[in-house]
Write a protein that binds this ligand. Structure first.
Ligand code: F6R
Ligand code: MG
Ligand code: MG
Length: 375
């Protein structure tokens, strides 16, 4: 008898900042409505199986399920056209930064390299498939290194790494060098120290995907995926931060949803914040606080949880909407205050080579004839 494999499901998130209210704070509800209309139409003609539109601060987030695989031109073009329509409306409404992340006029089959960020996973659905979608504003892709490492490699975060026999087999990390455009794989736990030696340099080495080693899901099927689009490199000049997104599958031999969330229980430092040029703590927030404020931040993480079945979305759950996250939010606010007092000094201000935009070239030119040699 022929063993017929069920169709695979693709879970995609594609995001862009196409304009916001009161500076770079939050997406206008009209843009979300327009995006919903656009994706509804795509669903009605069978391009999408399901979708959910939301925002993270000033980023418009398109969460989509379909059967077309990752990097599919139809899905990417749909996202591109949706962002362009929303950007037009943002111009009409005189929103701030209208069309900011749409860097080119012509679409060429894929949004990668054009400004928007994306994370996608194609998988054979398990009988029940819990997925977390994490979205961050005012920071960069490498900010995910710390929480993703904790979910899949740190037993002080994920008890399953010790207790669950499947998780005990460990996970494989695909790390991208986003400056040299190359990648390398590390098997954990045995190569944990090697992995950490790279991913601590989060502005260059970024966890792109994670794979399970237990055989609970096929070994070539990612269990986590992070957007690695680096706007500043695409454009060659400052055009806004490459605010990242990530997908994390969970349970049944993968980290429990609670372990995935535990990774956010401490306000780790991230590069970004005001003018993409400052270190600050990441605050995990619910929808209620899903917009930036003080000093254009501090950097925010927003999370939604879904069940996926037959490529349809069930949910979402607002993952950080829990008083249990109040201590981390309070600590983050205190750390933000502490960091702010450094003003223009490192380590609050980023080192020169990591600053997204800077007056240094002009300043260097201005004083170039005033330098005097010293012994
Ligand atoms: C950081 C960010 C903001 C802006 C800042 C200045 O990613 O978006 O902090 O850099 O508000 O914005 P402009 O130059 O548009 O006035
Ligand atoms: Mg913006
Ligand atoms: Mg943003």
């Amino acid at each position: 008898m022929l063993d017929i494999m069920p169709q695979k499901t693709t879970f995609s998130i594609i995001k862009a900042d196409v304009g916001s209210i009161a500076g770079h704070q939050v997406v206008h509800p009209r843009l979300e409505e327009m995006a919903k209309e656009s994706l509804e139409e795509a669903k009605s003609i069978g391009v999408l199986e399901d979708f959910y539109v939301t925002h993270c601060g000033d980023d418009l987030e398109l969460i989509m399920t379909h059967r077309l695989g990752v990097d599919n031109p139809k899905v990417h073009e749909l996202a591109w056209l949706t962002f362009n329509k929303a950007a037009e409306e943002a111009k009409n409404l005189h929103l701030y930064g209208a069309g900011q992340d749409l860097l080119v006029d012509a679409f060429a089959g894929n949004v990668r390299g054009l400004g928007p960020g994306s994370a996608e996973i194609e998988f054979q659905e398990r009988p029940a498939e819990p997925i977390a979608v994490f979205m961050m504003d005012k920071t960069e892709p490498g900010t995910f290194n710390f929480p993703v490492y904790r979910m899949f490699a740190d037993p002080f975060c994920s008890a399953g790494l010790i207790i669950d026999t499947a998780m005990h087999e460990g996970f494989r990390f695909e790390v991208w060098d986003i400056k040299a455009h190359r990648r390398v794989f590390f098997d954990c736990p045995e190569e944990m120290y090697d992995l950490l030696a790279f991913i601590g340099t989060k502005g260059q080495y970024v966890i792109k995907r994670v794979y399970a080693r237990s055989g609970k899901v096929p070994e070539d099927e990612p269990v986590a995926c992070v957007s690695t689009d680096k706007l500043s490199q695409i454009a060659g000049k400052y055009v806004g931060k490459d605010d990242p997104v990530a997908l994390v599958r969970s349970q049944s031999g993968l980290p429990a949803m609670g372990e995935v969330l535990e990774a956010w229980s401490w306000p780790f430092m991230a590069a970004g914040w005001n003018r993409g040029s400052h270190n600050g703590p990441v605050i995990p927030v619910s929808m209620r606080d899903n917009r930036v404020s003080r000093f254009d931040g501090p950097p925010r993480a927003f999370g939604l949880g879904f069940q996926v079945g037959d490529a349809k979305l069930v949910g979402p759950v607002d993952l950080f909407d829990d008083p249990a996250f109040e201590p981390v939010r309070r600590e983050a606010a205190e750390l933000a205050d502490y960091m702010r007092r450094h003003g223009p000094f490192e380590p609050h201000r980023l080192p020169m080579d990591e600053m997204e935009y800077t007056t240094m070239p002009q300043l260097m030119a201005k004083v170039k004839d005033r330098w005097e040699d010293v012994a």
